[in-house]
Design a protein around this ligand. Sequence first.
Ligand code: ATP
Length: 240
Amino acid sequence: SPFSPLLAIRGVTTMYGNITALRSVDLHVDPGEIVTLIGANGAGKSTLMMTIFGNPRAAEGQIVFDGHDITHRPTHEIARLSIAQSPEGRRIFSRMTVLENLQMGAAVIGNAHFEEDLERIFMLFPRIKERIAQRGGTLSGGEQQMLAIARALMSRPRLLLLDEPSLGLAPLVARHIFDAVADLNRRTGLTVLLVEQNAFHALRLAHRGYVMVNGEITMSGTGRELLDRPEIKAAYLEGG
Ligand code: ATP
């Protein structure tokens, strides 16, 4: 139904041995939303992204995607459920060309609309078109991030998970990436869960956001509400 979340994380706890990385996390993403999760280094943001894919597994709680309980599904099955990830550190294939990277993304689902989707990607990121025959490893950091997102889009995801897309990028380049994500969401209704340390831009483009501290969600609200909270300004927006 249009009233149920696309992704629901309910009471999820994740452990690394006896270290509790996530503690009873509740978070949901409705269809068409951009939801941002902010938190400092080591707060558990990447662990949440990885737990969605079942690696590591949730020790407690439940993860529901599109009405299906995926908590105990194998990782490769979850990846086929139209959840695409652009992981932290933008793991593109550096020896493959840009085109080959995009083909790898398309192969996940056997995308029959490759040419059409490629044209869309060229409109979203004209730079990708200019670099299409180059090896991934020769691209700039910003271009690699564009490629990582473009590759994820090639699998026509219903949910796009972005783990720190602005990491290591110059502010203007990061801004360009965020604008592209917002544009994509506006035009196509793509649902996005965005994890960021760069709180200002990430909350500005979000419909809603969550704050994670030491593996726990400590605050949530609309992007605007969170941006206006003095404690968020003090902790995450200084100099932003
Ligand atoms: P960053 O922005 O640095 O990626 P994060 O918010 O994504 O931080 P996580 O990488 O999820 O945080 O880490 C959460 C906690 O779990 C940290 O205390 C981290 O040291 C710990 N941790 C992460 N991976 C492992 C692991 N494989 N084994 C043990 N502890 C881990």
